[in-house]
Design a protein around this ligand. Structure first.
Ligand SMILES: Nc1nc2c(ncn2[C@@H]2O[C@H](COP(=O)(O)OP(=O)(O)OP(=O)(O)O)[C@@H](O)[C@H]2O)c(=O)[nH]1
Ligand SMILES: [Mg+2]
Length: 234
């Protein structure tokens, strides 16, 4: 097996749907899940790159492992549940600190999952994967509620992250590009989320490789500090 070229890590409170999102993307289904213990990863080939995507446990007892999983990450997906405002608060309070071990140019996506349970999300349902066009949208659908976390709240968190990482807004992707609402259940925005990130981490992978290469070059192309001026006076 080839060594992964880059790493993406899913972080977030328990029950927000990290495992479900990853399974929806990788296996194209929405199976029953059990709360994750420790962590697990999938390998995704994207163009000519091998990207590892790490699913982590949201349970408090595994919290200490988070920064280990984030080490060298090219992107982190901070996941919350749009129906549970506390899960967004937890991203700032409990999970952001774990990303200090990530790559210095790590990208951050903020993902509000379970949008299918909201009134707005219900309107999106008929267009989504797994819902055939002729299928009635009514019968058996779970009741929906007003969305508890607004997209603006996620954008505000994204801006806080930039401050925390001491990044300038003009040097990183815009908040609107990096905040997603998804449903692992219906598949809504799941491909968009992962594939947007894959495309975005390719330059990071190349930069990481180039940095490695330039270090090698620095050593082998060492020149003595003293130079003559003969060349420019000829
Ligand atoms: N309605 C709905 N339910 C979802 C969605 N995503 C996940 N769930 C359900 O939410 C529960 C938790 O999902 P998981 O994917 O196991 O959550 P997790 O974030 O991996 O949780 P931990 O592993 O404990 O950190 C399961 O019952 C899922 O079926 C979604 O988009 N919509
Ligand atoms: Mg899980």
């Amino acid at each position: 097996m080839r060594k992964p070229d880059g790493k993406i890590v899913l972080l977030g409170d328990m029950n927000v749907g990290k495992t479900s999102l990853l399974q929806r993307y990788m296996e194209r289904r929405f199976p029953d899940t059990v709360s994750t213990v420790g962590g697990a990863f999938y390998l995704k080939q994207w163009r000519s790159y091998n990207i590892s995507i790490w699913d982590t446990a949201g349970r408090e007892q595994f919290h200490g492992l988070g920064s280990m999983y984030c080490r060298g990450a090219a992107a982190v997906i901070l996941t919350y549940d749009v129906n549970h405002p506390q899960s967004l608060v937890e991203l700032e309070d409990r999970f952001l600190g774990l990303t200090e071990t990530a790559s210095k140019d790590c990208l951050f996506a903020i993902v509000g999952n379970k949008v299918d349970l909201t009134e707005e999300g219900a309107r999106e349902r008929p267009e989504q994967e797994g819902c055939s066009p002729g299928r009635p949208s009514g019968g058996g659908a779970p009741p929906t509620l007003p969305k508890q976390v607004r997209p603006e709240d996620a954008v505000a968190l994204y801006k806080k992250i930039l401050k925390y990482r001491m990044l300038d807004e003009k040097d990183v992707p815009a908040a609107e590009q990096m905040c997603f609402e998804t449903s692992a259940k219906t598949g809504y925005n799941v491909d968009l989320l992962f594939e947007t990130l894959f495309d975005m981490v390719v330059p990071t992978i190349l930069r990481q490789r180039a940095e490695g290469l330039s270090q090698t070059v620095d050593i082998t192309s060492y020149k003595p500090p003293k130079r003559t001026r003969a060349g420019c006076c000829a």
